[in-house]
Design a protein around this ligand. Structure first.
Ligand code: 2P0
Length: 339
């Protein structure tokens, strides 16, 4: 009989972006960030212990090993966890995403968080959150560990609207769900302009942040912006939140485009879409705002009451398979099964 340990972890969309690091090794970010945990856009990872010389990873219908450079992060993370806690048992891992990988929908956030949870469940024979906690892995410890795999993964450990605080030293990083998913039924419709792998990965682009002349001024303005975004969330003020979302996304892209090796994530179609969205909003046709990750896709944030009107507006412009509809969610889910 074998045991199957499963973690289903949603992606998250940053309202205040994590961009740039103070220390790579401990994944110490240059600034505090804040995100909305999603609901349907998720990674589901199932782990079982197996008798073999190395871990095995199945993604879709392909099997990967540690020599595959696209998934190097996965094996590095497993080795890091095994070494730190002294686990020698090899794992058989099956993982699937409900969205295209590497397309700016933070597949590394949900992917590395799901890997952290499912592998620790298997190594410690934990069937739920309480079991994990009894083995010393409370939610904050799990977020610390997920962060080492991919910075933004730590925020996916929590539901609702989540803040990741950089703290005064790398070990003083903190995570908190500021508002639960029930506080405000916000929606995120992702407009896919490309589902190909990004030309420059986030880890590489983070390093370039410090070379932009806009980066230090950005950092000095962020504490105030963070407070304004928190106020807008507390008051459920869509207009105030939305205007800051757009400034924040465009500022991050400005930093990326003015770095020593500039990266242009947005293609012509995406740029035109941003202009159209703003024009339609000014005309009162829709009430929705955009944010963008380090990729070509646009996240359209709006209230639930606006969803049908926005969907019609989007469907007139884009094919249905270019749209992913999601909302704020409650966070990860764990499952155990024996077969
Ligand atoms: C974020 N992004 O806050 C920002 C906004 C992308 C744009 O965190 O090097 O994949 O693994 O820590 O977490 C993407 O960076 O980078 C990211 P690593 P990660 O969501």
């Amino acid at each position: 009989m074998s045991s199957l340990y499963t973690a289903t972890v949603p992606s998250n969309i940053a309202f205040i972006k994590y961009w740039g690091k103070r220390a790579d090794a401990q994944q110490w970010p240059a600034n505090d960030s804040l995100s909305m945990t999603l609901n349907q856009l998720a990674t589901k990872t199932t782990v079982r212990l197996h008798q073999a010389d190395d871990h095995m990873l199945r993604l879709g219908d392909r099997i990967y090993n540690r020599s595959d450079k696209n998934l190097g992060k996965t094996f590095v993370h497993l080795d890091r966890l095994a070494l730190r806690f002294g686990y020698s048992q090899k794992l058989q891992i099956t993982s699937s995403n409900s969205f295209p990988m590497g397309a700016g929908i933070a597949s590394s956030a949900s992917g590395l968080a799901a890997l952290t949870l499912a592998s620790l469940m298997a190594w410690t024979d934990s069937r739920n959150w309480d079991d994990l906690e009894r083995h010393g892995f409370d939610r904050s410890m799990l977020a610390d560990l997920a962060r080492l795999g991919s910075g933004s993964a730590c925020r996916s450990l929590f539901g609702g609207f989540v803040q990741w605080e950089a703290g005064l030293d790398p070990d003083a990083q903190r995570y908190a769900s500021l508002f639960s998913d029930e506080h405000w039924a916000l929606r995120d419709t992702v407009v896919l302009f490309s589902s190909e792998q990004k030309s420059v990965g986030s880890t590489e682009a983070h390093e370039l942040a410090w070379s932009s002349p806009l980066f230090i001024p950005r950092l000095s303005g962020l504490p105030e912006r963070m407070n304004l975004v928190k106020d807008a969330l507390a008051a459920r003020d869509m207009q105030a939140l939305g205007l800051w979302l757009e400034v924040e996304a465009l500022e991050m892209h400005a930093v990326i485009m003015t770095a020593r090796q500039p990266v242009y994530y947005l293609n012509e179609a995406a740029r035109q879409f941003l202009a159209d969205l703003r024009e339609a909003r000014q005309k009162g046709e829709i009430h929705a705002y955009f944010t963008i990750d380090a990729g070509p896709n646009i996240h359209v944030i709006h209230e639930a009451s606006e969803h049908e009107r926005l969907k019609l507006w989007l469907q007139r412009r884009l094919a249905a398979d270019h749209l992913l509809h999601d909302s704020v969610g409650a966070g990860p889910h764990l499952d155990f099964q024996s077969e």
